[in-house]
Design a protein around this ligand. Structure first.
Ligand code: ZN
Length: 359
């Protein structure tokens, strides 16, 4: 027995498909049930491309024990599923605890790709956080972690030093070699940049720029040209402007970055750069629709902001055509077309996760 649903994508024509177990299958004479979705608009799921399931909020990122980080995962994972966020990219954390997500029951969490402990040299990120790797050791370190099953490596590209301002953590040649080794091992590299390190990261061939307020026009065109991704995390940047204080050096830097976003987001849309929505703890787990709204506010169209918060991420992880037979039966329905109003995304009418209606 299978269940029939009608799928109407925001800009395509509707098709019917059946659900059997956790999968979409072609409708046939085994259909015994139907969920009436013909009047709704469908996306494969919302997606959060910069989450940290081991942590609950920016207020509590330091000092967590390994057990606490592991215990957070079932709670934060379900917070995503119950709001229709069925795909996440976890961009790492203090330790490799983030990888535990992959062992958690797939019915109780979003589809996930995961980075382990964040990599930076001493002084190049929050103290006692992640793993300290000096420039001379980076290539060997990447060789040792690139085969980790999470699929991602997270490197911090720049960080402010007291009295000096932001400094790039690794020389371009080192970063380039490290990225090549990661790619040879089948891993992708995400790079944190809140200053100018993003340009070297783009030049080094990284896959995803996290934050990246100071990407140049050339960087955006280069990254777009090779199918790279940008996860602006507007909500996170706005959080830090307030938390650091608008008149502090850090607050002024990040406000300048936010101002740049208003130029860079329309440019990214124009040149076809893959922009992905990321909550990064500034937005509560599961509420990625709020970042979609901010991406719209800072310059994307409703259509592009919706794509950034759904299909672009599915395509990026190789789940293109995910609303067709043979794919995992993940689908989220909305009463209005989100391409017309991104605000629709936080009001899903119906969520089906791995073939089950989420109550
Ligand atoms: Zn983050």
């Amino acid at each position: 027995m299978t269940t029939l649903v009608t799928i109407r994508p925001p800009d395509g024509s509707p098709h019917t498909i059946a659900i059997e177990g956790t999968e979409f299958v072609a409708p046939d004479d085994r259909v015994t049930d139907e969920i009436d979705t013909g009047h709704l608009w469908a996306l494969p799921g919302l997606a959060d491309a910069h989450a940290h399931l081991t942590m609950t909020s920016l207020a509590g990122i330091e000092g967590l024990t390994e057990d606490e980080m592991r215990a957070n995962i079932p709670v934060t994972a379900w917070a995503h599923v119950e709001r229709g966020v069925l795909l996440i990219l976890d961009k790492g954390g203090n330790t490799d605890a983030s990888l535990v997500t992959l062992d958690h029951d797939a019915d109780l969490r979003p589809f996930a790709e995961v980075a382990g402990a964040m990599i930076h040299p001493a002084g190049g990120y929050m103290a006692n956080y992640g793993v300290e790797v000096e420039p001379g050791e980076l290539v060997e370190h990447i060789r040792s972690v690139a085969t980790t099953r999470g699929g991602w490596i997270k490197i911090v590209a720049d960080w402010p030093r007291r009295g000096v301002g932001p400094v790039n953590n690794y020389p371009l040649e080192t970063l380039t070699e490290a990225v090549q080794i990661a790619h040879d091992a089948g891993a992708r590299v995400a790079v944190h940049s809140m200053a100018d390190g993003a340009s070297d990261a783009v030049a080094a061939g990284v896959d995803s720029i996290e934050h990246g307020p100071f990407l140049t026009e050339d960087d955006i065109r280069t990254l777009a040209g090779r199918g790279g991704a940008w996860v602006p995390t507007v909500g996170n940047m706005r959080h830090w402007v307030e938390a650091l204080g608008r008149e502090s050096s850090g607050g002024r830097l990040l406000q300048a970055g936010l101002d740049r976003m208003e130029v860079n987001l329309p440019l990214a849309e124009e040149v076809g750069l893959i922009v992905l929505a990321g909550s990064d703890l500034a937005i509560p787990h599961g509420q990625i629709a709020e970042e979609a709204r901010l991406l719209r506010q800072y310059g994307l169209s409703d259509r592009a902001a919706t794509i950034a918060t759904s299909t672009a991420a599915y395509d990026y992880v190789g789940r293109k055509d995910s609303l067709t037979a043979g794919s995992t039966a993940d689908v989220v329905f909305f009463a209005e077309n989100p391409y017309d109003d991104v605000g629709t995304l936080d009001r899903p009418e119906l969520i089906i996760h791995r073939g089950q209606v989420v109550e």
